[in-house]
Write a new protein. Structure first.
Length: 270
């Protein structure tokens, strides 16, 4: 593979920009607003004979922290994430499908900033799909990954105003793919264990707290803002505020509960 390929999603239709790419990705669908996602996937199927497969995506430009980005693997010809697709989203969720039903779990780290490099790797021998961020292994995302009878391709989903660049090996990877497999496997397992045992998955990072504090400035409590972000994917302030507006009764219940707790604390002091 030679050259580089960039893809930018605009307001009404996707635009593909390739420079000398022998295997450029293909665009499907359209992006009419920030909440819609365009899928871009390689037009070369992942070879069955490869024991290891890896590619990286650099975020060249991003409109704002709430922009949609997803990176992973999907069946050839798929125009929307669905059965057979596995991805890592910028809002720190890994997503897959079971009989058409979407499943999600917290994984890895947020990556909604320009110049961030996200990698996707598939180790056929250990049946593991993993992701990297700026050269750091984020741990095992999907285990027992051994799809049969499917022609799979690398895939990226992006929303409005996002520009990404693909690297299939035409440039040096940020992640050390030449590291011995037993060492890579150990690091993946250690990363997975550390993030689970250390409680990192439940700890809000600076970007999430920044969005929560923005919502707090609108008159909501910080815990309420964090919950709204959690309920809406963790990367869209507008969606979180909409969720809060739709759950005002729950907010009143929480305020009443807080009021009672304060009254009880004051009685105890007396």
């Amino acid at each position: 593979v030679r050259g580089t390929v960039e893809f930018t999603s605009y307001s009404n239709a996707p635009s593909l920009r390739g420079r000398g790419g022998r295997y450029p990705p293909r665009a499907s669908g359209s992006a009419r607003n920030q909440n819609l996602e365009v899928l871009v996937h390689g037009n070369v199927v992942i070879p069955d004979e490869l024991p290891h497969y890896y590619f990286e995506v650099t975020i060249v430009k991003i409109e704002n922290g709430a922009s949609i980005i997803s990176i992973g693997i999907c069946p050839e010809g798929q125009t929307a994430w669905g059965n057979g697709s596995y991805r890592f989203q910028a809002n720190r969720f890994k997503t897959w499908y079971v009989n058409g039903s979407r499943r999600q779990e917290v994984y890895g780290a947020y990556y909604n900033r320009a110049k961030t490099v996200i990698g996707c790797g598939w180790d056929r021998e250990s049946k593991v799909l993993f992701f990297t961020k700026d050269g750091e292994n984020l741990g095992e995302a999907f285990t027992g990954f051994a799809p049969s009878g499917q022609r799979l391709v690398p895939c990226v989903g992006i929303g409005k105003g996002v520009t990404v660049k693909f690297n299939f090996g035409q440039e040096p990877f940020r992640y050390d793919v030449n590291e011995p497999e037993d060492v890579r496997r150990k690091k993946r397992q250690e990363a997975t264990s550390a993030k689970t045992e250390g409680g990192e998955q439940n700890k809000p990072d600076d970007e999430l707290m920044g969005m929560a504090q923005l919502i707090e400035g609108m008159g909501y409590t910080l815990p309420r803002a964090l919950r709204a972000l959690e309920q809406t994917g963790g990367n869209d302030v507008a969606a979180a505020v909409s969720w809060l507006c739709e759950h005002t009764e729950e907010e009143e219940d929480e305020k009443e509960k807080e009021k009672k707790e304060k009254e009880e604390q004051e009685k105890e002091k007396e």
